[in-house]
Design a protein around this ligand. Sequence first.
Ligand code: ATP
Ligand code: MG
Length: 216
Amino acid sequence: MMITLALSKGRIFDETLPLLQAAGIKMLEDPEKSRKLILPTNQPQVRVVLVRASDVPTYVQYGGADLGVVGRDTLIEHCAEWGETSLYQPLDLKIAQCRMSVAAPADFDYAGKVRQGARLRVATKYVNIARDFFAAKGVHVDLIKLYGSMELAPLTGMADAIVDLVSSGNTLKANKLVEVEHIMPISSRLVVNQAALKLKQQRIRSLIEVFAAAVG
Ligand code: ATP
Ligand code: MG
């Protein structure tokens, strides 16, 4: 019985490797060197599929993969569309840690505008997280949906602020933006296909247990 795990290249792939190790699973190829989208492991019954970060929940929901590792940011956006029960979310893996924040140009008086009840233009890839956050604060916003390089939006005058992931803050600094609000901490989670959980129960439950122990 094959177990398929969906991962995105980069941070999530790299930080998932030690967890796989703990389960005795080793990758046989480096995804940065291989052009393959399906990677074998040392266990003939376990394979990894490489997909875009935002496609991981979709692959798992529709059964293209049994399990996946996905950032809380991407997961919240997916669930806003498909519902909380579209995926089983058994475990916070505490990897790929960063935070979701509001950032604005250093010379933009964000706090003042909010106090005045001004309407803000906010660019983001995370429209559901942003909508909920500003609604809870009672701040009026026009959201502009982007798919990348959010930092550019205020620099071009297209938006007053952005909602984006921040880790070191170096990208913000390089673009003369400052973090003005902390929305939520972000880390990656294990997600599981609901049907696979029933059909491959033993194998999946034992993987979850090993991962949970490795996370600590
Ligand atoms: P795509 O390439 O599909 O558009 P993406 O560029 O957002 O997706 P990545 O930048 O690889 O994908 O990020 C994948 C996940 O890694 C994010 O969803 C987030 O949970 C986490 N992440 C992103 N940036 C950071 C960061 N600076 N520090 C730690 N984790 C991060
Ligand atoms: Mg990317």
